[in-house]
Design a protein around this ligand. Sequence first.
Ligand code: GLU
Length: 507
Amino acid sequence: MSDRPVRVRFAPSPTGPLHMGGVRTALYNYLFAKKHKGTFIIRIEDTDQTRFVSGAQDYIMDAMKWCGIMPTEGPGLEGDFGPYIQSERKALYRPYAEKLVANGKAYYAFDTSEELTKMREQAKEMGMPNWQYNSVTRSSMQNSVSLSSDEVQKKIENGDPYVIRMKMPRNEDIRFEDEIRGWVVVNTNNIDDKVLFKSDGMPTYHLANIVDDHLMEISHVIRGEEWLPSAPLHVMLYAAFGWEAPKFAHLPLLLKPDGNGKLSKRDGDRLGFPVFPTNWTTAEGDVFSGYREKGYFHGAFINMLAFLGWNPGTTQEIFSLEELVSAFSLDRVSKAGAKFDPDKTKWFQQQYIRAAENSELAVMLDSELAEDYGLEKLETVCELIKERATFISDIWTEGSFLLERPKEYDAKTIKKKWKGDAEKNMNGFKTILCELEDFSPEGIEAAFKSFLEKNDIGIGAVLPQFRLLLSGKGMGPSMFEISAFLGKEETLERIKIGMSALATANA
Ligand code: GLU
C-alpha cells in the first residue's frame, strides 16, 4: 500500500444499464475504500457523446443505492473534487493536452478520416492488415512531427481540424505492478499513437480518465480486465505529465455459466437469469429483468457478487456487507475469470430468506394479506414456510393453505396416496385427533406415533394423506406444526371437507 489516503472511484460510462460485472467493480471499490477508511467516488465518464443513453446515469445511481454501496463523492453527492461528470469538466482537458504537445510528449495530427482510411487500405493491399499510426508511420502523415512549424501554424490558423495524439516512444518497455496480476511489461512498439484529444473539442477516454484520476487524487484504480490493455498507455501518460500514478488492480472477467466467454448483456434473459441489478426499460419499451424485481434481496445479490472473483480463504460463504468490508483484500482476488453460477445465486437468496426475521418477511408480503389476516399470523406462515422458499412470493404460493382452506388437491398425490386403506386410516386418525387434549405439535406427534403403532402401519400410510387433506399439497413443512397452527377445530373440519371432496377420486 502506498501511504496516500485511499481514494477510489467507480467510473462508468452512461451507455446503458449497469451490468452485473459493473456492479461487482463498484462493490470491490466500495469494499476496498471502507476497509482502508478511504473514500469511494463515482465519476460519470461521458466523453463519448455518441454512445450516451438517456436515463443510464439515474439507473446507475439507483442500482448502487439498492445494493447499499453508495459512494460518498459524485454527482448530486458531496465532495470537493467536482464536477463528477466529465462533460461538465470539458473546459479543463484541453490545456493538459496542450501541455503534452509543448513538452514533446504529444503532437497535433491533421489527417482526415478519409486519409486514414486510405492509408489503412493501401497498407492492407501491401500485406499489412494492421496498419497503425505510430513511431514509424507518423513521419509520413500530416502532423506536427512531420510538418514544419510554419506549416503547422498555418493549418491551425486556417481552422483545419486536428486531433492531439500521444507520441509513443520507439522500443521502450513500460512496466507496472498490478495488484492482482503482478508485473505487467509491454513494449511501446505494440502501442499506437492514441488520440488524446478529439477534433470535436472533447478529450478521449484515456486523457480524461488520467487527468481526472490525478485531479481527484485517486490512489487505486480498481476496474475490469477489459481495461488492462489501456493501462500501459495510462502509465505512460502519468510519466509524461510527471505525476505519481495510482496503483492498478484489474479484476477478472465474469464468464458465462459454461465458462465459454464473457458474460454479456445479452446473455441474461436469453439464459434465464438477470444480468442487471434492477429492471431496465429501453426507450423502445423493452424490459430487461433485474435481480431486485425478480425478488432477490440486495444482501444476497451482493454476497453472491463478492464471491465472483474473490474468496475469503475460509469456508464461510454468508457475509453481511460489514463482514465483507473487514474480510476483503485485493490479495485474494483471483486472476482467472469467474464463472457466473445462477443456481448458486439462488442458493444465496435461499440462505438470506431463511436467516431473515419473520417480522421482516411478513411486512414484505402483500399488504392486502396483512390487512386480511394480521401480521402475527403472517409471521407464523413465514416461520413455517421460509425454509422451503427462495423468494418472498413463494411464501404465499407455498403457504397460503395455512390461512385459507385448499381450493384444490394435488392430482399426483391423490393418484399415488388416496387409495387402499387411506380413507379408513384417516377416519381412525380423525377420531384420535377429535379426542386429543394436547393439540401442540408434540402432542399431535405423540398421538400420531401411537396410532401408527396400534394399527401396525407405517408413516406413509397416514402422513401424506393427512397433508393432502389439510393443505391440498404433496409436500410441505411438518404436519404436526401445521395442524397445531390450524387448531383442532379447523384441522377436523379440513379432514371432513377433504375426505368428501376426495371420496370420488381414484374411484
Ligand atoms: N469509463 C470506463 C468504463 O466505462 C472506466 C474505465 C476505468 O475505470 O478506468 O468502464
